[in-house]
Each structure stands twice: as C-alpha cells, then as structure tokens.
Design a protein around this ligand. Structure first.
Ligand code: 13P
Length: 250
C-alpha cells in the first residue's frame, strides 16, 4: 500500500433507500468509530439533505450520483453542481456505466459533468469501464483510455483533482469480480495515462468497483494502483460496508 494514498471507499446506493432505512444505515456508519480509510456515501438526490444532516461533524463524506453539465436553466428534472455545492456535497459520481448505458451519456457529456462539478469545488468520481463484449474483443484498453482521455482533455490542468473509478460493466451487480490481477492491470494503464497528463498522477485515487464484498476487498485494495473501492450492493448493509472500509487497512 502506498503510504501517500490513503484508501477511499465510496458507497453508491444507486436507486435504493427510504428515509427510515437510510437513517439506520447512516447511524450505524457514524457509530462505527474511526475507520482506516476515507469513506463517503453517494445517495439519491432526495436523500442528500438527510445525508448532509446526519453526517455533519462526522468523518464520513457524502456525495451525489450525478449532476447536470449545465449551470442552471430550463432543464427539468436535473440537478446542478451549484445546488449540490450549496449544501456541502463533497463528491459526485459522473459517467457511471448505468448512466452511460441507460441515458446514452457520451464521453464528452461525462467530461462536461466532471468539469461542472469541479468548478463548484466538488470532487468528480469519474467512472470508466468496458462491457463484456468489449473485453472479449480485446478492446478494454482502448475503451477505458478513450473514456478517460475525454475527461483529461476537458479538465486540462485540473485533471489531477478528479477521482477515477474503474468499473468493468460485466462485474457490476453480477457477483463476478475482476481478479485482482485484471483490475490492477487496468489501473496501471489508467495511472500511466494520468502520469502523461498531470503531475498529480501519483497522488490521485483510482478506485475499483464491481461486486466488491468483504471477502474480496482486502486482496483488491492490496494492489499497488488500487486505492479503494466504489461499492454498490454491499454499501447498503452497514456490516458489509464497514468491513470493506476496514479492508483498506490490511
Ligand atoms: P456492485 O458493487 O453492486 O457490483 O455495484 C458496483 C457499482 O456499480 C458501484 O458504482
């Protein structure tokens, strides 16, 4: 583990939760005491105020799962980065594969969202990853490089401020995790690409996501270029999520 890169574990609740269920989950996370990793949860928009209130004065950060690329205006249903920043949002996922696939988000739109978040002081967690078809066609490297390159190009000298999450689409919600070697190989590629773009590459956090569970988090997080995880299903259960947060210490 690189001493200069403390692990970051982020829960992506996706479209799950109720006021009562979130209350129990956030209380359990808060009462867990000090954790060896930086930790955050990305809640659905209607629950951001609840996360902000419940996590105030705690070490656990919180974030959104998406934001608009636009500043403001006639964009019904969208939420701007300024609104997220208005009440203290620290992180925003952008370009999650579910949004790329289900909402046809292009590489450039994802890059514009990352830029909108950064402009408001919110750290974008930029998700990249190949589908099973792309992996089997030997296109993994080309796909993730293309996705990251759009963001690097748009952010320019601020590229070093983002967090990158490698989430192979075939590993999301499937129980089929990338092996630590497969994940590390892609992380190393991404790190090399970042080195060519920003002097901050060595300090940047690169997260792995896709069926991370308490029993596989330790070995994944032990890889030299894996600096933590983006956790879907297991982030909804406090005991599992906390076990993953603690895996960063091993
Ligand atoms: P799972 O952990 O449920 O596979 O989801 C991963 C993910 O998409 C996190 O953003």
């Amino acid at each position: 583990m690189s001493p200069s890169r403390r692990k970051l574990v982020v829960g992506n609740w996706k479209m799950h939760g109720t006021h009562a269920a979130n209350e129990a989950l956030l209380e359990a996370l808060k009462s867990a005491g000090p954790l060896p990793s930086d930790v955050a949860v990305c809640a659905p928009h209607p629950y951001l105020a609840q996360a902000a209130e419940r996590l105030a004065r705690s070490a656990i950060g919180w974030g959104a799962q998406d934001c608009s690329a636009h500043e403001q205006g006639a964009y019904t249903g969208e939420v701007s980065a300024a609104m997220l920043a208005d009440f203290g949002c620290r992180y925003c996922l952008v370009g999650h594969s579910e949004r790329r696939a289900l909402h046809a988000e292009s590489d450039q739109l994802v890059a514009d969202k990352a830029q909108a978040a950064l402009a408001r002081g919110i750290t974008p967690i930029v998700c990249v990853g190949e589908t099973l078809r792309e992996r089997e066609a030997g296109e993994t490297e080309a796909v993730v490089k293309r996705q990251l390159s759009a963001v690097i190009h748009t952010l320019g000298h601020c590229a070093g401020e983002m967090v990158v999450a490698y989430e192979p689409v075939w590993a999301i919600g499937t129980g089929r995790t990338a092996t630590p070697e497969q994940a590390q190989a892609v992380h190393a590629l991404l790190r090399a690409q970042l080195h060519a773009a920003t002097p901050r590459a060595a300090q940047m956090k690169l997260l792995y996501g896709g069926s991370v569970k308490p029993d596989n988090a330790g070995v994944l997080f032990a890889q030299p270029d894996i600096d933590g995880g983006l956790i879907g299903g297991a982030s909804l259960k406090a005991t599992d999520f906390l076990a993953i947060c603690r895996a960063g210490a091993h």
